[in-house]
Write a protein that binds this ligand. Structure first.
Ligand code: NI
Length: 569
């Protein structure tokens, strides 16, 4: 016995020397909920200290009369992200009470808890002695919680006994019953937190335990555990905080997963369930420290806290627009100066200052930046007024395919995608090239009907497809499909254009030298001659030195080039 004691003593010292978290194992998805009844009491603060160090969350089923004696402990536990729940006011067996007395036991407790915490919440209820029946459950007005592990800690005085009783019966999804009014129970609980974390458990509140297992807790029902049932939801992710100048003022935006509410502070203090609830972007002072969490339930269902310091802000870029060749530039904040260039270069401190709308000649890129006294020069932003008189926010005059994009746009062969954007790098698909060639051919009447199993008769490109099939420009796949939405590959584009050129009676005799390309063997047989022809004529440019990348996709910019060459056929 003495040897055992000294062994235990050494074990305790070793445990004490280990830093908190040293025993942490990677999460295995196992969950357990430690719950504490009958408090708060004089040992609860020690428990809260230990839980803080270990980042474990638990649930306190407090008595109303105890909460009234220790309101600051209730508030502290709540603010730390633990769940506050009710064990009724005075611990009377509910099955023997009149409805009126039962309501008073429940409502008086809720009132004391709301007052201690500083806001109203929903409180789960654990009936004293575990005594309940259907009548009791229906009168509680909140979900009831039982337990699945009971070490009978009130009936012994040894922390190690409590500890081993729990460890012998805990499993994934257990709700464990303890009492924080006993010193040995608190000691056992702290050891249990370390041991369970080391075994891969995450210690969560009852609310969170049930939510992670997809269990919706309902008033009138009682819950014993949340054993694995196939549903395993993740912990709520900490919100994301961002800040940028809007109208010259720092504006903070916080985003979090749908279904959660966000609570935040701007003075660097830890947010709690009584902090401001986020409803939309708000302004903050330079240097302010924003901290926020999101919660499925602010009482015990919170994410970790995210933090951001408002600093290093840069003036917001101005907004450019072009209408009928007249460029208007608008600053984000009234006091910002705007500098601009018309040669595509980034504005410098000595660039011209924008004072009134600028009349542009076609073929101009306007680049502008805003300057504010407090936040310096913004990033620059630009807009292109093309030779064809079109406005592009994503095509520069210096882009390789600029002239073809502008010409294809002017000829009505290709459209933008809205918002002055052409999306030059977006991959194009098989349906698009067929449609464009059909436009090039002047939209002739078609006699046949669609013969591909995956293209409905009323598909928007059905006529184009029939025309292309009739003229031998398009071949479907061996399984009878056309696959209009699949990206157009370089070899398919070459083959289609080659056949179109032959239909037009064009000279298609040019060939690039096959041995110039390391991946020539990768080209499908049907596409080999067409791809060498399209490469020789520079209709399709090799994407990289010495390679054809036959299965690479054709971007919208490359399609514009191809369309404009096809126009000359
Ligand atoms: Ni009790």
């Amino acid at each position: 016995m003495k040897r055992l004691l000294s062994f235990l003593l050494i074990l305790c010292i070793v445990c004490t020397l280990l830093p908190a978290g040293a025993l942490a194992a990677p999460s295995s998805g196992k969950l357990a909920a430690l719950t504490f009844d009958d408090g708060p009491g004089r040992y609860t603060a020690r428990l809260l200290d230990a839980l803080d160090q270990r980042d474990a969350k638990v649930t306190f089923f407090v008595l109303g009369q105890q909460a009234k004696a220790y309101p600051e402990i209730v508030r502290r536990a709540y603010d730390a992200g633990h769940q506050i729940a009710s064990h009724t006011y005075s611990h009377r067996s509910l099955t023997g009470l009149s409805a009126e007395t039962l309501y008073r036991e429940v409502n008086d407790t809720a009132a004391v808890l709301n007052a201690a915490i500083g806001c109203s919440n929903t409180y789960l209820i654990r009936p004293p002695y575990g005594n309940y029946n259907q009548t009791v459950l229906s009168r509680l007005g909140a979900p009831a919680v039982y337990w699945s592990v009971d070490p009978q800690d009130w009936n012994c005085s040894s922390a190690s006994t409590v500890y081993s009783r729990v460890m012998n019966s805990v499993r994934d999804g257990s709700i464990i019953l303890l009492h924080d009014i006993h010193s040995h129970s608190v000691t056992a609980a702290i050891d249990l937190v370390d041991a369970l974390i080391a075994k891969g458990y995450e210690l969560v509140t009852v609310n969170e335990l049930c939510r992670r297992r997809g269990i919706t807790m309902r008033s009138g029902s009682i819950y014993f555990d949340a054993y694995p049932n196939g549903t395993q939801l993740p912990a709520p992710a900490a919100p994301e905080i961002s800040v940028r100048l809007t109208g010259g003022v720092p504006a903070v935006t916080i985003t979090a997963e749908p279904g959660t509410a966000i609570y935040y502070t701007t003075d660097g203090t830890a947010p709690t369930g009584t902090s401001t609830r986020y409803t939309g972007p708000f302004s903050a002072a330079d240097g302010a420290v924003i901290r926020a969490f999101c919660a499925y339930d602010k009482n015990g269902g919170r994410s970790k806290t995210a933090s951001l310091t408002v600093e290093g802000l840069q003036t917001a870029p101005p907004v450019l627009s072009v209408e009928d060749g007249l460029c208007t530039i608008t600053a984000d904040a009234p006091g910002d100066r705007i500098l601009y260039t018309l040669d595509g270069s980034a504005p410098q401190a000595d660039s011209p200052e924008y004072l009134e709308p600028i009349a542009l000649t076609p073929g101009t890129t306007v680049t502008a930046a805003a300057v504010s006294a407090q936040y310096g020069m913004s990033e620059s932003t630009w807009i292109t007024y093309s030779d064809g008189g079109h406005v592009f926010r994503d095509v520069r005059l210096t882009d390789l395919h600029y002239a073809d994009i502008d010409a294809a746009y002017t000829a009505g062969m290709m459209d933008g995608v809205g918002g002055d954007r052409f999306m030059p790098d977006m991959a194009t698909n098989r349906a698009t090239i067929v449609t464009i060639l059909y436009r090039l051919a002047g939209r002739p009447d078609v006699a046949s009907t669609v013969m591909y199993s995956d293209v409905p008769e009323n598909e928007w490109y059905a006529d184009a497809l029939c025309w292309a099939t009739e003229n031998g420009i398009i071949d479907g796949f061996a399984d009878g499909t056309f696959r209009g939405k699949t990206p157009l590959t370089r070899e398919q584009a070459a083959a289609i254009l080659f056949r179109y050129a032959n239909v037009q009676g064009a000279d298609t005799s040019a060939r690039a030298c096959a041995s110039d390309f390391a991946d020539i063997d990768a080209v499908n047989g049907y596409a080999l001659e067409p791809l060498l022809w399209a490469t020789a004529e520079q209709y399709i440019l090799p994407p990289s030195d010495g390679r054809l990348e036959p299965r690479g996709s054709i971007s919208r910019a490359e399609l514009a080039r191809l369309v404009m060459r096809a126009l000359e056929l």
